[in-house]
Ligand binder design. Structure first.
Ligand code: ZN
Length: 282
């Protein structure tokens, strides 16, 4: 059931949704063909295509780049590793600027191998973001911290709630409306959070991106079994209502990593299904 009396923001395709089937060029053409107005590329496909080529193609197709996935991965076992991560994030910021992306999504990273110091990893994340913030500001690329579900705390992101992400924003001086540092709200990662409504309200204009998919029951793979909107247990319209009440007026970015289902289907069928579900259950 969609949110009564309201229409969701326009659909954007996070290219992970059809990454096994299509190159970035094919994703751009697919969006244009299906009337999808937004796209969010991943850096591996961007590197494959070449940033300048991709930027030109996306411009010609008149697509809005709702985000570049992804920067982050800040924690490392030693100073050299942390410096390398900072340099890599600066390159990601430059790519995002070249694409005129609305934000660079930060999947912040987990604990360095062999470490059990979760608090230390979280501090490294904050220090890493602090170290690239000026570069992002100069390039006019907002950084969107994406809290990930706690199952990924060890290996992908040790920032696991919106509250934590917003604490980092606060610590680094991002006031509501400043626009340089905020959060990506992905329903897959935050739907379970009892404090969700309050934290989204707290985020206000710092909600820089809204990612949609669904949580399947049962989930057969912790990374690659995300569901199509409407096939799981997330009340997506309720969360959309929260981000809109906070002032968000941007795209709904569909991001589905699904090794055994959607990655095996005809990508045109996947896009048609995304469009239909965006209308009916978001
Ligand atoms: Zn996401």
């Amino acid at each position: 059931m969609s949110r009564p009396g309201t229409t969701p923001g326009p659909l954007s395709l996070n290219t992970a949704t059809v990454r096994e089937q299509w190159s970035l060029a094919q994703c751009i053409e697919g969006c244009a063909r299906h009337g999808i107005r937004g796209i969010s590329p991943w850096r591996d496909k961007l590197a494959e295509y070449g940033t300048a080529n991709a930027a030109r193609h996306i411009r010609e197709a008149r697509l809005t780049v709702t985000g570049l996935c992804r920067g982050g991965m800040f924690p490392a076992a030693d100073a050299a590793g942390r410096r390398a991560a900072i340099e890599d994030n600066k390159r990601a910021i430059d790519d995002a600027a070249a694409l005129n992306a609305q934000c660079l999504v930060l999947v912040v990273g987990g604990m360095p191998q062999g470490s059990k110091d979760l608090a230390g990893a979280r501090q490294q994340v904050q220090d890493g973001i602090a170290a690239v913030l000026e570069h992002a500001r100069a390039a006019k690329v907002p950084l969107a911290i994406e809290p990930l579900h706690p199952i990924y705390a060890a290996d992908r992101a040790c920032v696991n709630t919106l509250a934590q992400a917003l604490d980092i924003c606060d610590a680094l001086g991002s006031k509501a409306g400043d626009g340089h540092l905020g959060v990506a709200v992905d329903v897959y990662h935050v739907w379970w959070d009892p404090d969700l409504a309050r934290q989204i309200a707290r985020a206000g204009s710092r909600v820089l991106a809204f990612h949609i998919c669904d949580w399947l029951v049962p989930t057969s793979d912790l990374l690659l079994d995300r569901g199509m909107m409407g096939d799981g247990v997330i009340d997506i319209p309720a969360i959309r209502g929260m981000v809109e009440d906070a002032g968000y007026r941007g795209f709904c970015e569909v991001e589905i990593m699904s090794a055994n289902n959607w990655w095996r289907r005809d990508p045109d069928e996947v896009l048609r299904t995304c469009i239909e579900r965006h209308r009916s259950v978001v």
